[in-house]
Design a protein around this ligand. Structure first.
Ligand code: PEP
Length: 253
């Protein structure tokens, strides 16, 4: 497959990983051979406690790091929060915002996700804005409408291909082993590109990286990554095994 957009494969470690798991990042770096480096960008989003050490361990490897969330605030009395500037200071280049676990478990609305994306951009991080429908919404035939609405509500105004990544993650596919059909992914990614065209202009939208996420693993990566308008993956569980993460990256090359 000839790609016009350089793909990105980002690993979301979620709340997994102690210092011993830095070995996973080192192993990914070891396997990021020149032929892969030439074709695919990689990012690892460890828990905040490991962000600085992961970033330091990956210096010189061209593997980026990212935070899994950030505050809408810049600084101050917000116990437990982490600002986008803090993520950047710890070496991050990306921030995942609006992950379905944040939307569901922490009540994050599209407006909050947009503020987080803007806060990320202000700190010169690239937000990976997550969108996706629930099982009920898909079964009710509302998947496209829901995702379009999430995009309208969460994408920062004036974003460019260099300052925005979108991850389509059907909620029902995250951590379940279930995946949409390639046809469903194709339909959704085409709709996302079209909606971004309305929001940001067609030429900007044409260059924005659209990741697919939700139970991506080595066995299904080739099928999912070769769908039109899929420019990489956001990988949860499989990113905790260097070999699997690299195999998914290779499927994008
Ligand atoms: C995720 O949480 O972003 C994700 C895609 O998880 P998994 O790959 O485990 O489904």
């Amino acid at each position: 497959m000839t790609r016009s957009i350089r793909p990105l494969v980002a690993g979301n470690w979620k709340m997994n990983g102690l210092r011993a798991e830095l070995a996973i990042a080192a192993e990914v770096a070891k396997g990021y051979a020149p032929e892969l480096k030439n074709k695919v960008d990689l990012a690892i989003c460890p828990p905040a406690s490991l962000l600085f050490m992961t970033s330091a361990a990956l210096i010189g490897t061209r593997i980026a790091t990212g935070g899994q969330d950030c505050s809408i605030q810049e600084a101050g009395a917000f116990t437990g929060e982490i600002s986008a500037a803090m993520l950047a200071d710890a070496g991050a280049s990306y921030a995942i915002v609006g992950h379905s676990e944040r939307r569901t478990l922490h009540g994050e609305t599209n407006a909050i996700v947009k503020e987080k994306a803007q806060a990320s951009q202000k700190a010169l991080l690239v937000p990976i804005v997550c969108v996706g429908e629930t099982k009920d919404e898909r079964e009710a035939g509302r998947a496209l409408a829901i995702v379009r609405k999430q995009l309208r509500g969460s994408v920062p105004d004036g974003a460019t291909a260099a300052t925005l990544v979108i991850a389509y993650e059907p909620v029902w596919a995250i951590g379940t082993g279930l995946t949409p059909t390639p046809q469903d992914v194709a339909e959704m990614h085409e709709a996302i590109r079209a909606e971004l065209g309305k929001l940001l202009g067609k030429s900007v939208a044409a260059g924005v990286r659209l990741l697919y996420g939700g139970s991506v693993k080595p066995s299904n990566a080739a099928e999912l990554m070769n769908v039109a308008h899929v420019d990489g993956a956001l990988v949860g569980g499989a990113s905790l095994k260097a070999e699997d993460f690299l195999a998914i990256a290779k499927a994008c090359a």
